[in-house]
Design a protein around this ligand. Structure first.
Ligand SMILES: C[S@@+](CC[C@H](N)C(=O)[O-])C[C@H]1O[C@@H](n2cnc3c(N)ncnc32)[C@H](O)[C@@H]1O
Length: 262
């Protein structure tokens, strides 16, 4: 089967080489599903054309090959301020029913403060970095009498000892080149490597939140992965004010926040 899509801006040539590839009972069905996939690809290209007009130039980060598990980082290296509105949306999304909340990655404690503004029962934080943990201990002075618990270590080594939660807030980053290749390069969304763990540690009806490096919607591939682990999900697009010289792998003026329900 051969398909050609042409516009003034691009040309797509698709050749299905194997007759057994996408082989429903009737040829008309094959034609219909392949046409639909192509139509979607054309729509994606046109959407990207519009979105990339608003990209900031930014700079490529050089931290990808560093080992960041115990590295002492300044606030901006942990999380830049442009992400703060995203933290607020994620905190609101995950705390709207109160209960027991698990946060993975304390960082600057900004989202932890936002979570503490909600009427929750308990707040468990997993954090691996010793310098960040030292800051966590000072941070708790602000919240005497609250049920706040720290789990010091990698979530990969500790989460199996924890109970079930009503909400899980996930915000880490790749700690080394190996994690970068496995979690960022090889997946449609960084949080994918945590999906099965989130699903295992949520009470029925509990919610899991994270942000995905997607601009205005979730890709089909991403949606399929979510539905392997969760019963439903919703997406909120958060507008961003991006610095022209941002040192990150994100350059767009919005980002997708996901709430997935067990
Ligand atoms: C981007 S920061 C979190 C920022 C935080 N949401 C805030 O508002 O300040 C990510 C944090 O996750 C921690 N982290 C990264 N990978 C981790 C892992 N596998 N287990 C536990 N903590 C991790 C890092 O040490 C860092 O403190």
């Amino acid at each position: 089967m051969k398909k050609l899509k042409r516009s003034n801006d691009f040309e797509i040539n698709l050749v299905l080489k194997n007759e057994g590839f996408i082989a429903p009972p009737r040829e008309a069905q094959r034609n219909a599903v392949v046409n639909r996939a192509l139509k979607e690809f054309v729509a994606d290209l046109n959407a990207l054309h519009e979105q990339t007009k608003r990209f900031v130039p930014g700079k490529t980060p050089d931290y990808i090959s560093d080992d960041r598990e115990q590295k002492v980082l300044d606030d901006n290296e942990i999380m830049e301020d442009w992400l703060i509105p995203v933290m607020q949306v994620m905190a609101n999304v995950i705390c709207d029913k109160g209960g027991d909340i698990l946060e993975i990655g304390f960082g600057r404690g900004i989202s932890a403060d936002m979570i503490q503004q909600h009427a929750i029962q308990s707040h468990t934080i997993i954090e691996c970095n010793d310098a960040v943990v030292a800051k966590y201990h000072k941070w708790t002075d602000k919240y005497p009498g609250r049920d706040i618990r720290l789990v010091h270590g990698l979530w990969q080594d500790t989460i199996q000892n924890l109970d079930l939660f009503d909400g899980i807030f996930f915000h880490t980053y790749p700690l080394n080149e190996d994690e970068y290749m496995r979690y960022v390069n090889a997946s449609i969304t960084f949080a994918e490597h945590f999906f099965s763990h989130a699903a295992q540690h949520l009470k029925p009806g509990g919610a899991f939140t994270y942000f995905s490096n997607e601009i205005h919607s979730l890709s089909r591939e991403h949606q399929r992965l979510l539905l392997n682990h969760f019963s439903s999900f919703s997406v909120q697009i958060v507008p961003l004010v991006m610095p022209e010289d941002v040192i990150d792998t994100w350059w767009a003026d919005s980002i997708a926040v996901v709430k997935a329900i067990k």
